[in-house]
Design a protein around this ligand. Structure first.
Ligand SMILES: [Zn+2]
Ligand SMILES: [Zn+2]
Length: 173
């Protein structure tokens, strides 16, 4: 939201936004950059550099992985994508321009990502920033662990519910 405010509140398409951003920086909207932004909008919700590469191949584009890596910081600076999380040696990104903010739970066994939004968590973060007179431009909350299926598969005890049970018992007595 702050990003939109700073950069003008006009909603552009991803392509237009990227073009505009590059112009602002005196950078060229090269065919490679055009093809990359075209690929980005077609990808699944969370993606890594390899996914961009595969999508580009599907589009019959010859953009190299090195070019993709060089372009990613530009896409982040332009406010179009964000580095969401690191998961199992992968850096995952997602589109954030014109998207609702959310946080993530990620399973370190199967890689499943659960998105959530919690108003209380957001409010708490605002309070913390106020307390330290801090102006936030972004925040990322990622909780790593095991999803329900993997807990069962790996026979992992759910400590959270155990703790909760303990508390409940205490409360009752
Ligand atoms: Zn899992
Ligand atoms: Zn997400």
């Amino acid at each position: 939201m702050i990003l939109n405010y700073i950069r003008g509140n006009v909603l552009l398409s991803y392509k237009e936004r990227f073009k505009y951003f590059l112009k602002e920086r005196n950078l060229k909207y090269t065919p490679e950059r055009k093809e990359i932004i075209e690929a980005i909008v077609k990808l699944q919700k969370h993606f890594d550099a390899e996914d961009i590469y595969k999508q580009l191949r599907k589009q019959k584009s010859n953009v190299s992985l090195a070019t993709i890596y060089r372009t990613i910081p530009l896409l982040i600076d332009s406010g179009l994508i964000i580095e969401t999380l690191h998961c199992r040696d992968k850096v995952l990104y997602e589109r954030i321009y014109n998207k609702k903010h959310h946080d993530h739970l990620v399973c370190i066994n199967c890689g499943k990502i659960i998105e959530f939004y919690n108003g209380e968590v957001e409010k708490l973060q605002d309070e913390i920033c106020r307390k330290y007179q801090f102006v936030a431009t972004e925040h990322r909350l990622g909780i790593k662990g095991y999803c329900k299926e993997c807990q069962d598969k790996l026979n992992i005890k759910n400590n959270n519910s155990k703790e909760k049970n303990k508390r409940d018992i205490k409360h009752d007595s």
